[in-house]
Design a protein around this ligand. Structure first.
Ligand code: SF4
Length: 491
């Protein structure tokens, strides 16, 4: 078992940031096409979804009803090696998972898929999201004698489904009944010996799509970017509240959903999703460019060059440059090869690590008035270092434009962000942030403009981290904060 403090690891793939998505899920059935190797396809898909979680990953393969699971702490190329996949059966169905945990630990036990044997068989589950009533459901289970091995919501969900299965006629019925009891952001794929099931909560917090393989098989994936790599054609999004399943190669709807989500996390467009993904019909790339264009209208400033903060600020910077007419330049370069082994045990080393991970391109910024565009500011520590890097490289002025509103509230729906006390915008106003970061000027995208960044999605959004008003009641979720605090103190 590997259990260690993950705060000392730098990010991989998704920039180095102060907020993290917590998981990517994937499921596949061959549809009888023997040329499809589900192990390989899961590996490709998890590569594509690596940005959604970098702590652990895993795969469950279903071969004629027998499910075998392999998972470990680490990135996809480290865990799903040729040797590891070679030990798994070829199979006709599989699910996979990338995890970024919220508990502050990198823990083998929390890795997914979670595979259990229950009274009526076996099932394997891959989950993205966060329960808001996990403490209450966990207590109910514990009072009935269930022993938990992890502090993950996935285990609570798996046991809830297993318990419902005792009195249900089918796994999909057990999933439906479990979904009625569970509250919060829930996106999951569940595999039983005969079926692959995908479910999404009623608000549709996290994305989930259905694709079809050329040979007739189906895939479920957190994002469309995982379809391309498996050769699957996009069919549609799983609807909010919908439960769909594939059995004997046939895709069917078990529970109808609502046409459009009412609580899709707007941060999927701002930062989480990969730019080449399409979420609810909206290109993430175009959404970010639009956000950049919209923020260019707020507090215009004369400048010589617009640069983006890698990676998720780049597209917003392009949008800003196009809309403002100020030239776009590549002003910051990220070192992509540091990986997860770079350890930063002290604050000093953590600060220095920004210099190692990011450097300025002097010829772009020296002697220039620079506008730096980023997708968001959470704690502000990274932005502060970046401003210094730009000034040290000779920028005469540094103006920052943020393609989302001030981030002032905790998220309860599956992102590993920080407590409110650590959010810079919750502590001080825009002028206070400007001073703290050492900027010449600073402006954020106002909330009413933010709501325009995904015109093709046509759905409702969660904007809780900007407003403090969430699509579902979060009172029970606050109990979880206390629970997590207790767990942390015991470690
Ligand atoms: S609170 Fe913010 S990060 Fe969390 S789901 Fe809502 S919009 Fe997304």
């Amino acid at each position: 078992m590997n259990n260690r403090d993950c705060s000392q690891y730098c990010d991989y793939g998704a920039g180095f940031r102060e907020i993290h998505e917590e998981c990517g899920v994937f499921g596949i059935t061959t549809g009888g096409d023997a040329s499809v190797d589900v192990r390989e396809e899961v590996r490709y898909a998890l590569y594509a979804l690596q940005h959604r979680g970098q702590e652990s990953c895993g795969i469950s393969v279903n071969d004629e009803g027998v499910i075998t699971t392999m998972k470990d702490v680490g990135l996809v190329p480290d865990v799903l090696t040729n040797e590891a996949l070679g030990k798994l059966p070829r199979g006709q169905m599989a699910i996979g998972h990338n995890r970024y945990g919220s508990g502050g630990t990198v823990d083998f036990l929390n890795a997914q898929p979670l595979h259990i044997r229950h009274a009526k068989g076996t099932l394997s589950l891959a989950f993205n999201g966060q329960l808001t009533n996990s403490v209450q459901i966990r207590q109910e289970h514990q009072q009935q004698g269930i022993i938990f091995h992890t502090d993950s919501d996935a285990e609570i969900i798996t046991y809830t489904i297993a318990k419902e299965r005792l009195t249900s006629h089918s796994t999909e019925e057990a999933v439906r009944r479990a979904m009625e009891k569970l509250e919060g952001a829930i996106t999951m794929v569940v595999m039983s010996p005969r079926k692959l099931i995908a479910a999404r909560d009623k608000k549709g917090f996290r994305p989930l799509v259905i694709g079809q393989l050329p040979g007739g098989g189906y895939v479920f994936a957190s994002e469309t970017c995982a379809l391309e790599v498996t050769g699957a054609r996009f069919l549609r999004d799983v609807k909010a509240g919908e439960i769909v399943q594939v059995e004997d190669g046939v895709l069917s709807v078990y529970q109808e959903g609502t046409e459009k989500p009412s609580g899709l996390c707007i941060f999927e467009y701002v930062y989480f999703a990969r730019p080449d993904s399409v979420v609810e019909g909206q290109s993430v790339h175009h959404s970010r460019k639009l956000a950049g264009a919209l923020v260019s209208k707020i507090k215009p400033v004369e400048a010589d060059v617009v640069i983006g903060s890698p990676d998720s600020g780049l597209e917003a910077a392009m949008g800003y440059a196009e809309a403002s007419g100020i030239p776009y330049g590549v002003g910051l370069m990220k070192n992509r090869y540091i990986g997860r082994t770079f350890i930063q045990p002290t604050q000093r080393e953590r600060e220095d690590s920004v210099k190692i991970k990011l450097s300025a391109i002097e010829s772009t910024v020296r002697g220039k008035r620079v506008i730096m565009v980023d997708d968001s500011i959470v704690r502000g520590t990274t932005s502060k270092r970046v401003v210094k890097i730009l000034r040290d490289a000779g920028a005469t002025e540094v103006h920052m434009r943020v393609a989302s509103p001030p981030y002032i509230n905790k998220c309860y729906f599956g992102t590993d962000n920080t407590e409110k006390r650590n959010l810079i915008a919750a502590r001080t106003d825009v002028e206070g942030i400007r001073q703290e970061l050492g900027l010449d000027s600073l402006a954020f995208l106002p909330l009413e403009e933010m709501l325009k960044v995904a015109p093709d999605a046509g759905c409702g959004f969660c904007i809780g981290c900007f407003t403090g008003s969430y699509p579902v009641d979060i009172e029970k979720a606050k109990e979880k904060d206390k629970f997590n605090e207790k767990i942390k103190n015991k470690r």
